[in-house]
Ligand binder design. Structure first.
Ligand code: PAD
Ligand code: ZN
Ligand code: ZN
Length: 376
């Protein structure tokens, strides 16, 4: 392409610090170096994890930064030594890379990778830098992706080539929210047919947990949220009943225990609230319940845990990106979506032009949207 090897000037939403609105800026995107790929982003979802940075809940994040990690686009150019990906390919940037060589990548049970910035959040791609500048200032990258920009540069281990006919304004959700929720059920919890599940938090990720529980054949799927406006959508996704903890004045785990003969088989925390994590664990069955933490809690919050809860037979797990090995599994998830194994339209409540990104965050914070997809 004519732009290959050159700096690209384009628009991006820059986050200059916590609690400030994003501003659309003219930025410069340097060409990809060795093992890097420059992508024209076509569509990106807004996930709560982006908002956690905006609200200052994740105090390890470095600013200024270009957020966004649930995107899809088309390769503009590739650096040297990149194999298997070429200009014109449709791709999804990956929040957890897959180098294929490290101890995690070689372990079939893990979907982490030593090259990840998830959990260390250094704001860089592999070479310890980013390819963005704005007004002469270097701008950090967000978990190896940064999709709130017309062009981004990612490592070749952080991008998956997907089907040529994939609808980018839908499958962008496979870059984070959908895959995270769905995979936490089928990979991490390994929900069995006929079981009882409780899902705490009915945003885009929680609803994807419900979709996963239904596919896995759960017979009861109890959807829990403090915002009852989320219930209709939860039922559409496959919940069998919906409850609002605010309607009860007893500890919520007791309510669930009464409803489920001493506790659920599987509980999912999909909010990022450490008190709810404790409540989810307590509401799982004492002898055989499994609890999966999916929500990202503010970095200052800690969970307190009575070890007896585990000694008596409960299991506590966490799940990032749904346990999927990103490069291997994202293309398959895109094909499954195209073959209608699941319906991402259920999760997309709003579509906005990129310039209205702050409106997208307002809708999320007011609890009015599930996923807003921005088109660039
Ligand atoms: P969201 O904000 O759209 O949904 C959260 C839902 O929780 C909302 O419907 C709230 O009303 C509800 N809620 C809030 N507080 C409570 C409470 N005390 N009790 C019951 N319900 C409550 O977020 P989302 O679906 O985009 O993301 C959910 C979490 O998952 C969030 O913490 C995000 O950062 C995390 C996440 N984790 C991963 C991962 O890989 N582990 C990936 C993507 C998102
Ligand atoms: Zn996300
Ligand atoms: Zn690796």
């Amino acid at each position: 392409m004519a732009t290959a090897g050159k700096i690209i000037k384009c628009k991006a939403a820059v986050c200059w610090g916590p609690n400030k609105p994003l501003t659309i800026e003219d930025i410069e995107v340097a060409p990809p170096k060795e093992h890097e790929v420059r992508i024209k982003i076509v569509a990106t979802g807004i996930c709560r994890s982006d908002e956690h940075v905006l609200s200052g809940a994740l105090d390890y994040i470095k600013f200024p930064i270009i957020l966004g990690h649930e995107g899809a686009g088309i390769v503009e150019s590739v650096g040297s030594s990149v194999t298997g990906i070429k200009p014109g390919d449709k791709v999804i940037p990956l929040i957890i890379p897959q180098c294929g060589k490290c101890r995690c990548c070689l372990n079939p049970e893990s979907n982490f990778c030593y090259k990840t910035s998830f959990g260390k959040f250094d704001g860089a791609i592999t070479e310890n830098t980013s390819r963005f500048t704005c007004k002469g200032i270097g701008i950090h990258n967000f978990i190896g992706t940064s999709t709130f920009t017309e062009y981004t540069v990612v490592d070749d281990i952080s991008v998956a080539k997907i089907h040529d006919d994939a609808p980018l304004d839908k499958v962008c959700l496979i870059g984070c929210g959908f895959s995270t929720g769905y995979g936490s059920v089928v990979n991490t919890a390994k929900v069995k047919p006929g079981s009882t599940c409780a899902v705490f938090g009915l945003g885009g990720v929680g609803l994807s947990v419900i979709i996963g529980c239904k596919v896995a054949g759960a017979s009861r799927i109890i959807a829990v949220d403090i915002n009852s406006d989320k219930f209709a959508k939860a039922m559409e996704c496959g919940a069998t009943e919906c409850i609002n903890p605010k309607d009860y004045d007893r500890p919520f785990e007791k309510i669930l225990a009464d409803m489920t003969h001493d506790g659920v088989d599987y509980a999912f925390e999909v909010i990022g609230n450490t008190e709810v994590m404790e409540s989810a664990l307590s509401s799982s069955h004492f002898g055989c319940g499994t609890t999966v933490i999916v929500g990202v809690a503010p970095s200052s919050d800690k969970m307190s845990l009575d070890p007896l809860l585990l000694l008596t037979g409960r299991t506590l797990k966490g799940s990032s990106f749904g346990g999927w090995k990103s490069k291997d599994h994202v293309p398959q998830l895109v094909s499954d979506c195209m073959n209608k194994k699941f319906n991402l339209d259920l999760l997309i409540t709003h579509k906005l032009p990129f310039q209205k990104i702050n409106e997208g965050f307002r809708l999320l914070c007011k609890g009015e949207s599930i996923r807003t997809v921005l088109t660039l």
